[in-house]
Ligand binder design. Structure first.
Ligand SMILES: Cc1cc2nc3c(=O)[nH]c(=O)nc-3n(C[C@H](O)[C@H](O)[C@H](O)COP(=O)(O)O)c2cc1C
Ligand code: SF4
Length: 658
């Protein structure tokens, strides 16, 4: 559970206690060993709508890590719900053997398994399904797909589809199901006065709008028995005008509770309008941002357990939410993606070793681009052995110098040292470019990565030489192997003619050192990652006007869709000017000329105080060139510049390779 190191075993005495978090709770017929739940998490590890070993491992490893209740990722209840090939089908028998195997393995590890049943309705996140249908003809706010309005017969057909799949999962050993009625999917579309415009028995009053969910839940109880868990995930607030707000959620919760059909409620916020941002509240939100809504819902639920979720990451936060009456269960998705052993570490009193999430939403972005789930500090997501993983010991200990103390170098250093190598880490600053990023508005939690890597490196016995890079002689004479993690520099913008006007790279820019006028700054964005927009936020707080320029017709393409909503909100709120399809050409006498790369037209921005560029990066390779005869391993940006997750994973691989 705790990575091996020279000092780690000695430090793991039990010092913290979380009595509420580690108390049992009974939900329907299942006694949960603690209050920790994994909310549903699409992993994209399934293939051709079939369960794979990776899909199962993701859940089994979290059961091994001590989670009390695991909610599977969405299961399609109907052919119209097959949004993409990684969504598994529940309505046919193709996955039955794997459902049964998964349930028995999760139960054997002491956790309850709940399948999340899903129908997207009108919502077409991954592109139109075979036949989008909806409660009303309101277009999907994300894709603008206009659905076919469901007939009475179709509604009843989908109700029985949910019941059939739930009864099947019950017979295959699942402990229960969760109806996905949040984030704007079909059940949410029925619940919400914003999306449910029907005037028949399925729309209008609260009683009519809950009818769909209640009929499904009652049907499941009839088929699968009262011990089979039926949970409902629904919005505590949809954050759209005319939608479910906390007062409406309270009314709905009271009515749903009175139906007697539900064993727990979970609350996820937002829908697929611009409020989608709040369903995975990112690094810019406060910890436990929505917990006061959960507290209100817990009262409305009158004893039916409530799962609090949304940006909870530490055992202290989880315990205090329980103590404050904000929930009976604590759901954590991103914290448990980052570390399946979160519960075991918290219970053992060694929560400092919990691999942290930073809430940057990179994992969410990956799965919504159709890529497999992954995580910055956890390259093992979905592999057997993920829980309790420690770097394997080496049989041939070596002396290793790691040059560069950014995220890739730090990762390589701690992994190599934990394997038994003698590792010295040289670097100008701990965290490298990531450390600069943490100083930008809204980016400070990215520092959790460096802090955790530093702790791991210290525990594994890495020797730190900070404040400078190593000289060639120093490493040539003392190391068997050198891992080079020297990072990269942003390049002068290709389109920009040489100039003596103030032009700085984003990484070299330091607001504290800028003594010039602060009227107008141009930020040339050829990067489009979240860090650049943190810099834009900083500039907006200091300069009268910020002009963002990018060669693409769109900004923030390197930011996941949810977090990009916040990026644009902050940029527009600050009055920043967004210039897509624009490249700087010349900076003369305080004026910047720019061109539209599609048509070559030229325009000018006057009175510019400073131009900052965030451009493609070139690896820093002077040491590599000087030591071409040596056994050098390059990692991170100095191997090839890329997003942070790839840089850290390359350091991880190098630490295992040496
Ligand atoms: C990668 C990823 C996949 C998710 N997949 C689902 C899903 O299948 N069903 C669902 O209801 N919510 C899904 N969510 C939302 C989470 O269940 C949870 O409500 C949200 O992440 C907030 O919890 P957290 O702050 O602990 O991450 C997903 C979130 C992430 C990050
Ligand atoms: S990728 Fe980022 S947000 Fe997602 S789980 Fe990992 S650290 Fe958290």
């Amino acid at each position: 559970m705790v990575p091996p190191g020279k000092r780690m075993q000695e430090t793991s005495q039990r010092v913290e206690q979380y009595p509420n978090l580690f108390s049992e709770i009974k939900i329907a017929g299942s006694r949960l060993r603690n209050r920790i739940a994994l909310p549903a998490t699409v992993t994209n590890l399934a293939r051709q709508n079939r369960i794979t070993e990776g899909y199962k491992n993701f859940l089994i490893e979290r059961a091994k890590g001590g989670v009390g209740m695991l909610i599977s990722e969405v299961i399609a209840v109907d052919p119209n719900a097959i949004a993409q090939p990684a969504i598994v089908t529940g309505f046919d028998d193709a996955n039955d053997a794997d459902f049964a195997d998964l349930a028995s393995q999760v139960n054997r590890e002491g956790a309850a398994l709940v399948g999340q049943l899903w129908h997207p309705g009108k919502q077409q996140l991954w592109g139109a399904t075979s036949s989008p249908m909806g409660v009303s003809n309101q277009p999907d706010a994300y894709s603008w797909t206009v659905p076919r309005v469901m007939t009475n017969g179709e509604i009843e057909g989908v109700v029985s589809a949910y019941i059939t799949v739930a009864a099947k999962l019950s017979s295959l050993g699942y402990n229960g199901v969760e109806l996905h009625g949040a984030h704007g999917y079909l059940i949410n579309q029925f619940l919400s006065p914003w999306s449910n415009l029907r005037e028949d028995l399925w729309g209008g009053s609260v009683e009519n709008r809950i009818r769909f969910a209640v009929q499904i839940a009652h049907g499941i109880k009839t088929e699968a028995g009262k011990d089979f868990i039926v949970g409902l995930k629904m919005p505590g607030t949809e954050e759209v005008e005319g939608g479910i707000d906390p007062d409406e959620a309270e009314r709905l919760t009271k009515a749903l509770t009175a139906s007697g059909a539900f064993d727990y409620f979970a609350y996820g916020q937002g829908n697929f309008s611009l409020s989608l941002e709040s369903h995975v509240p990112d690094i810019n939100y406060q910890p436990g941002h929505f917990l006061e809504i959960h507290k209100k819902m817990k009262k409305a639920a009158a004893g039916v357990p409530v799962m609090a979720l949304g940006r909870i990451s530490t055992p202290k936060e989880a315990e205090s939410a329980l103590t404050a009456g904000q929930g009976d269960l604590i759901g954590m998705t991103r914290a448990l993606i980052a570390d399946p052993d979160w519960p075991k570490k918290a219970e053992a009193g060694v929560s400092k070793y919990i691999r942290p999430t930073t809430f940057d939403n990179v994992a969410w972005g990956l799965v919504h681009q159709g890529k497999p789930l992954s995580d910055h500090l956890n390259p093992l997501v979905g592999l057997a052995g993920e829980s309790g993983w420690t770097p394997p010991q080496t049989k041939t200990p070596k002396t290793i110098a790691v040059v560069g103390a950014g995220p890739a170098g730090l990762q390589a250093a701690w992994i190599a040292a934990a394997r038994g190598h003698d590792v010295t880490l040289f670097g100008r600053r701990l965290g490298g470019a990531l450390d600069l990023e943490t100083q930008l508005p809204g980016r400070s939690d990215m520092g959790r990565i460096t802090a955790w890597q530093k702790l791991m490196a210290e525990e594994a016995g890495v020797k730190f030489h900070l404040g400078r890079l190593a000289s060639e002689d120093e490493v040539r004479d003392s190391a068997d192997t050198i891992i080079l993690a020297t990072g990269a520099d942003q390049r002068w913008p290709e389109s920009l003619a040489p100039t003596n006007e103030p032009v700085l790279s984003a990484r070299a820019f330091d607001i504290a050192k800028w003594t010039g006028r602060k009227d107008r700054v141009i930020l040339f964005d050829q990067d489009q990652t979240a860090a650049v927009y943190g810099l834009a936020d900083l500039l907006a707080s200091q300069f009268k006007e910020v002009v963002l320029m990018t060669p693409r017709p769109q900004f923030a393409e390197g930011v996941n869709y949810c977090s990009s909503i916040g990026v644009f909100r902050r940029l527009y709120s600050a009055g920043s000017t967004l210039l897509p399809a624009a490249i700087p050409v010349a900076f003369k006498n305080g004026n910047v000329s720019w061109s539209n790369p599609y048509i070559g037209s030229l325009q000018m921005i006057e009175d510019v105080d400073l131009l900052i560029y965030a451009t493609p990066r070139s690896p820093r390779l002077s040491l590599a060139y000087a030591m071409q005869d040596f056994d050098l391993i390059r990692v991170g940006d100095c191997q090839s510049p890329r997003p942070l997750i790839g840089a850290i994973h390359s350091g991880h691989a190098a630490g295992l390779q040496v």
